[in-house]
Ligand binder design. Structure first.
Ligand code: IVH
Length: 720
């Protein structure tokens, strides 16, 4: 907890003013600059403090107080526009008691235990989408809840958003406005940040900021390159309003009359019918037990989801009853966000150590007073890079906020301000003058500080490389983690990566902490890896610059062997999915370093590579665009987005290139049942591109396969 500044009790009015200023500043950092400085939890705490103060001193409350507004006023880069209806926020908590209290309030007001709809709370950027006569005309950010920024041109570039609503299943009101969330999938977020790091640009703190930042680009072409998606969850306003029994409109024929929407369930179905993606996974819940079970289930595998979520939203299902509960100026009383437990905790920073990564990058490491986060005790965390520590003046003795997500190394995400800094350890941190592992001079590479020595002569670099080679996405040798890799290198058993295969039981048992059993176990695992490792895993284990697991798979698929990899020139690499000019050059240059070339050839000789049976590359040179929303077939459990991804992956496996824009070179457009943009369909027509639905695509592929079988087309495996 941040102790209240001494003056707060003496000068509550001054404190109120200071809190308002502070909250406005953080809101602006969050909403307008997409670069928050503090976590949501810390922000919520400031906000709670403001509310408490205002409850005690109601005279401080003015219409300008942050407690009376949802977000900051628009920043002015874009035109502003008024929302069709106020975009309120949600009452929220991660406490079960608060959830029970919410349900009790609602049940009491209604006089019965109502049914709710529970939805994932998507952690993206909130927007309003407006359609007139079924055509997309406007998108506004939430802004202050009344007025937002007009980001129509940028939202137009989001491929999954239909430009024309589908009226085939349900008539479309003349005016329709939706509340939706713009999202960036986690893997794209990772890839985007990796690219920003490579360009020496500022990275985004999380997918939400990445989505918001991408949405607020002044050049829609930049937004178009960012893989954004949009999911709607509410109708904000409609005319004629399908949620109200329609006054007789004689000019409407029976089929044009809007179908009445009386529940949240029907709202979500209608949104889907019109072709707008709906956040997957919503369901009905009839009591708080079911709500809590749903929240726990989503929370327990939150690190596996493709979309970032920070809780679940509970909404009274019956729309007509909502009016009875009403809203505050901040949130409706008929909805509640039951949030996930924070991924982080606060603790004290004891010391700052320096570690050297496998690429030689120096990373300051926070040595922490141990703290439990999600059942795991965290005693160290990454501080990213030396520049950050210096800029933020992070010091031993500071209180910090630490977060962890899945397998990712815990990170210090925030410092909790402590103006006095009375801790005796508090001393300005000095970046190291030389590599802490080998003493070699350090060089600056963009935001990174790197040891100039070769990994062969820098023990920590070598240990990092070993750990990477043994990692889950490489040889997958369990039990060879950071500590053991460091030990094997320090003790001189591993001087270069291939030495892994020369370890002996005799040498291992002499080491501290090893016994016969653990040595045998490790050697068994190494032998297993030696006898058969998928090609992509070995490639990934080499640690090529900028090549992660996905890129390694692409290299393995395209090049078919280690020989194919080392002989591929830049041009050949650029033909591999996802490899642009710069990265192709980096990989080729890296593989040419004599020590690297030797390591690669020795490992290739030691490890038996399993080459998966390659599908026929019968679609090489064919260019396909996949667009729209694919409705799952009866009995199919996949979500719409997963189906599209599956089709794209299948096409790629057969060697086709899958792109997003239709050009003269496009051969085929595969469209979902809904949500295929009219501009795309027109472009396809203009270029004479064949358009097929999912069934048509399957027949088309079957025909190509039959043709290939008849002509005896060669496989990739044959050609290598
Ligand atoms: S309902 C009046 N449903 O959470 C109803 N909001 O913290 C207000 N959000 O501003 C929103 N997923 O941006 C709703 N399924 C969902 C949501 C959701 C994410 C966001 C939304 C809202 C914020 C409030």
């Amino acid at each position: 907890m941040i102790p209240p500044p001494a003056h707060s009790r003496r000068d509550p009015a001054g404190h109120h003013k200071q809190l308002c200023r502070e909250i406005e500043r953080h809101r602006s950092l969050y909403y307008q600059q997409d670069q928050p400085e503090i976590s949501d939890e810390s922000f919520d705490r400031l906000f709670a403090e403001l509310r408490e103060l205002e409850a005690e001193y109601p005279e401080f409350v003015t219409s300008g107080s942050p407690s009376r507004r949802v977000g900051p006023e628009p920043a002015g880069k874009f035109d502003s526009g008024a929302h069709a209806a106020p975009m309120l926020s949600l009452d929220s908590s991660d406490g079960r008691e608060e959830l029970e209290a919410f349900n009790q309030r609602v049940s009491k007001a209604l006089g019965y235990q109502p049914a709710y709809i529970v939805e994932p709370k998507l952690d993206g950027s909130s927007i309003e989408l407006v359609y007139r006569n079924g055509e997309f005309v406007r998108a506004l950010t939430r802004g202050d809840g009344t007025v937002g920024e007009d980001v129509t041109q940028n939202v137009r570039t989001i491929l999954s958003l239909p430009i024309t609503l589908d009226a085939s299943k349900r008539s479309v009101p003349r005016f329709l406005s939706f509340r939706a969330e713009v999202m960036m999938r986690i893997d794209f977020f990772g890839a985007l940040n990796a690219r920003l790091v490579a360009d020496g640009a500022k990275t985004f703190a999380n997918p939400r900021n990445a989505a918001a930042g991408s949405l607020r680009q002044l050049d829609p072409a930049v937004t178009a390159r960012r893989p954004l998606e949009v999911f709607a969850y509410d109708i904000l306003a409609a005319e004629p309003d399908p949620t109200q029994a329609a006054p007789a409109e004689p000019e409407l024929s029976e089929t044009e009359k809007p179908r009445l929407i009386l529940t949240q369930e029907e709202v979500l179905n209608a949104i889907g019918d019109w072709g707008i993606p709906v956040a997957p996974g919503w369901r009905r819940a009839s009591d708080t037990e079911e709500i809590a079970a749903y929240q726990e289930a989503l929370q327990s595998d939150r690190d596996e989801h493709e979309l970032e979520m920070d809780g679940v939203v509970i909404k009274l299902n019956e729309l007509a009853r909502r009016a009875e509960l009403g809203s505050t100026s901040h949130h409706p009383r008929w909805a509640f966000a039951y949030k996930f437990e924070p991924r982080g905790a606060e603790t004290r920073l004891l010391e700052i150590a320096n570690s050297v990564g496998r690429t030689g990058a120096i990373t300051p490491v926070a040595i922490l007073r141990p703290v439990e986060i999600g059942g795991v005790t965290v005693a160290r965390a990454s501080l990213h890079n030396p520049r950050l520590v210096a800029e933020k003046d992070i010091r031993p003795g500071d209180r910090v906020r630490v977060e962890r997500a899945g397998d990712v190394i815990p990170q210090v995400v925030e410092m909790i301000p402590d103006p006095g800094r009375t801790d005796p350890r508090s001393k300005r941190w000095e970046p190291p003058g030389a590599c802490p592992s080998c003493g070699t001079r350090l060089v600056e590479q963009g935001p990174r500080v790197v040891c100039a020595n070769s990994a062969l002569r820098c023990p920590m670099q070598m240990a990092g490389q070993m750990q990477h080679l043994a990692g889950k996405n490489a040889l997958h040798i369990e039990g060879l983690g950071e500590r053991k890799c460091g030990q094997l290198v320090r003790e001189g058993l591993i001087k270069r990566l291939p030495d892994l295969f020369e370890l002996t039981e005799k040498a291992l048992v002499k080491l501290d902490g090893w016994g016969e059993k653990s040595a045998k176990n490790l050697l068994g695992q190494i032998e297993k890896a030696r006898q058969g490792t998928a090609l992509w895993r070995l490639i990934h284990g080499f640690g090529l610059p900028g090549v992660g697991a996905a890129a390694s798979k692409a290299l393995a698929l395209e090049l078919g062997s280690i020989e194919g990899l080392v002989t591929a020139g830049e041009e050949r690499l650029q033909e591999v999915e996802g490899f642009a000019e710069v990265q192709s050059r980096q990989v080729v240059e890296y593989l040419r370093i004599p020590e690297v070339a030797e390591m690669v050839s020795r490992l290739a000789g030691l490890v038996q590579v399993q080459i998966p049976e390659q599908p026929l590359r019968i679609l090489k040179g064919i260019s396909v665009v996949v667009t729209g929303t694919f409705a799952p077939r009866p009995g199919e459990s996949a979500e719409a987005a997963a189906i599209r991804k599956e089709i794209s992956e299948e096409l790629r496996q057969y060697g086709a290139s899958v792109s997003t824009g239709i050009t003269g070179a496009t051969n085929l457009l595969v469209r979902g049942e809904s949500g295929a943009g009219s501009a795309k369909l027109r472009a396809a027509e203009r270029h004479g591109v064949e358009v097929v639905d999912r069934g048509g695509y399957e027949r088309w592929l079957a025909d190509r396969l039959a043709e290939a079988a008849a002509s005896g087309s060669e496989t990739l495996a044959d050609s290598t």
